[in-house]
Design a protein around this ligand. Structure first.
Ligand code: KG4
Ligand code: ZN
Length: 337
């Protein structure tokens, strides 16, 4: 088989990333320029600031990605780019770069959904067998997706309000942790106990949807109430209680999905897939309830936003003969799977 080389771009949020992927699974390069420091003092991503950073970074990231992969533009099979969901101004920078290279080097342009990218990060780790289940948990998403065939997605459930990572970031703020707070809340949680017993929203409902805003409010109200009484609550126990609630719901709903839809593999993707509490609970519960299902959680670098995952998803689109984009490709900020 011919060597397939895809140059991929990701700029949907606050990471500028460019990667070269060989044959859909081998990472030749995966350059990630993060802007987190520029957004921290605002407590979240500022879209205008993000776009400017992408403009400044994208060419340099492209040069680095091509150099590290040791390939020439003539060697490439296609160019891939995230066209949604995400911040419109940020998405447009990756799209412009990908279009320019596609035009200059006569390469097909593959439009990739950011969520498909998160899901296919798993393909960079191990071969996938269909159908498989995917739990996508990030700062912007909480979704259970059944992948029936290559590049064929069935959305089984999603959050009705906040995403899991968003809830982490918001309660982290109350604990005095800078954005993004997930990693530090996770670390705190490991030193505490679930003493507050926060609500497990929708866990017993007969559906595969999520809700995290009630948990977030319960957390914030508990802290404010204690403040008013002049009491100080244990931050470790607060974090542990929050994390126990989030992981109970994520794992509970995932097990429900797996009971309804038989699969051989479960993929966990997105920034919150880095969560230690979630990983532990999922591993333990699967071992008891669904021991035959293989759990695939990409390493941290591939859980967060990166272009390698976009290249992997693009390769699947190439193999399934999904339509290419042309130079009229536009950003779609609220693109569905
Ligand atoms: O996928 P990602 O890098 O960007 C989005 O597409 O949103 O996810 C970032 C999110 C942030 O909300 C961050 O707080 C959360 O992932 N996160 C974590 C952990 N590491 C990152 N949440 C919980 N536990 C972690 N260890
Ligand atoms: Zn993401």
């Amino acid at each position: 088989k011919q060597r397939e080389l895809i140059l991929a771009f990701e700029s949907s949020c606050d990471e500028t990333s460019v990667a070269v992927i060989e044959n859909g699974h081998r990472i030749l390069s995966n350059i990630i320029a993060t802007q987190i420091k520029s957004h921290q003092r605002f407590g979240g991503v500022v879209p205008e600031v993000a776009s400017r950073h992408h403009v400044e970074q994208v060419l340099n990231c492209t040069k680095l990605a091509m150099a590290e992969a040791e390939v020439d533009y003539e060697d490439l099979t296609a160019v891939a780019v995230t066209y949604g969901p995400g911040l419109v101004g940020s998405l447009l920078i990756g799209i412009c770069a990908a279009k320019a290279i596609s035009f200059a080097h006569h390469l097909p342009l593959i439009p990739v959904n950011h969520l498909a990218g998160h899901i296919y990060a798993a393909q960079l780790i191990t071969p996938l067998s269909y159908p498989f289940m995917a739990l996508v948990v990030s700062g912007g998403h909480t979704e259970l997706v059944l992948v029936n065939e290559p590049n064929e997605y069935q959305l089984l459930g999603e959050t009705r309000d906040d995403a899991a990572g968003e809830a982490y970031d918001k309660i982290g703020r109350v604990l005095g942790i800078t954005y993004p707070a997930g990693k530090e809340v996770d670390a705190l949680a490991h030193q505490g106990q679930d003493t507050f017993n926060f609500p497990r929203a929708m866990l017993d409902e007969d559906n595969l949807d999520f809700s995290f805003s009630g948990l977030k409010s319960a957390f914030i109200n508990t802290v404010h109430h204690a403040d008013q009484l002049g009491e100080t609550l244990d931050r470790k126990d607060l974090a542990a209680s929050f994390q126990a609630s989030v992981s109970d719901v994520l794992v509970g709903k995932t097990m429900r999905a797996l009971a309804e839809h038989p699969v051989k593999q479960l993929v966990v993707a997105g920034g919150v897939a880095a969560n230690q509490g979630l990983r532990e609970k999922l591993t333990a519960t699967l071992a008891i309830e669904q021991p035959a299902i293989e759990l695939i959680i990409p390493p941290l670098r591939l859980c967060g936003d990166n272009a390698a995952m976009i290249g992997a998803a693009a390769s699947v689109q190439l193999a399934t003969k999904a339509p290419f984009a042309d130079l009229s490709l536009n950003a779609v900020p609220s693109l569905d799977l």
